[in-house]
Design a protein around this ligand. Structure first.
Ligand SMILES: [Zn+2]
Length: 87
């Protein structure tokens, strides 16, 4: 739902294991939800995050797309191209 501010516990309940933080400088990091406080809200997590590359405080919190694709592959939702036959 738009405008909702989910907590770490909400993400874990959705089956997510990691969350991605994205900085304006382009750095992208994934954080294990099990390492965070379950009551931490997305807005607070983003505000508290500090970039290890540029030192900027505040990051964009996004779903971890690598984990997302892994989950899709696990459920059969994979569209990887088949290797070309040689020759
Ligand atoms: Zn940065």
């Amino acid at each position: 739902m738009k405008g909702r501010d989910p907590t770490v516990a909400d993400w874990i309940a959705e089956g997510m294991a990691t969350i991605a933080l994205h900085c304006a400088c382009g750095r992208y990091a994934t954080v294990k939800l099990s390492d965070l406080q379950p009551t931490m809200r997305r807005s607070r997590l983003g505000r508290n995050a500090r970039c290890a590359a540029c030192g900027k405080q505040g990051a964009q919190v996004m779903r971890d797309m690598d984990a997302h694709y892994e989950a899709m592959a696990a459920t059969g939702w994979s569209c990887e191209p088949k290797p070309r036959p040689s020759g």
